[in-house]
Design a binder for this molecule. Structure first.
Ligand code: SF4
Ligand code: SF4
Length: 84
């Protein structure tokens, strides 16, 4: 039997705990602009964008604020703001 291949990684605690605390910048989704195309989910290198049947959310426990999701979003629906 062939092994199941899962292309999307899932975040996990590192040696120093959850990695979201590394973040300086934070992505915010504008739900009015989002068309649920899932490109952000696909490109997030941390697996920090969570997908449900009809929505996406950002897992701030693991998002490092790299901004790739905002860069790839075709609708410019993700704003990167300074973490407070
Ligand atoms: S890439 Fe942009 S438009 Fe597509 S699901 Fe993500 S936030 Fe929404
Ligand atoms: S800022 Fe980076 S780590 Fe955070 S959700 Fe976007 S792509 Fe993933």
């Amino acid at each position: 039997m062939r092994e199941k291949i899962v292309p999307i990684s899932t975040p996990a605690k590192g040696a120093v705990g959850k990695t979201g605390f590394w973040r300086t910048f934070k992505p915010i989704i504008d739900r009015e602009k989002c068309i649920k195309c899932l490109l952000c989910w696909l490109y997030c290198p941390e697996g920090a964008i969570l997908r449900t049947d009809d929505d996406i959310t950002i897992d701030y426990d693991y998002c490092k604020g790299c901004g790739i999701c905002a860069n790839e979003c075709p609708r410019k629906a993700i704003e990167i703001v300074l973490e407070r």
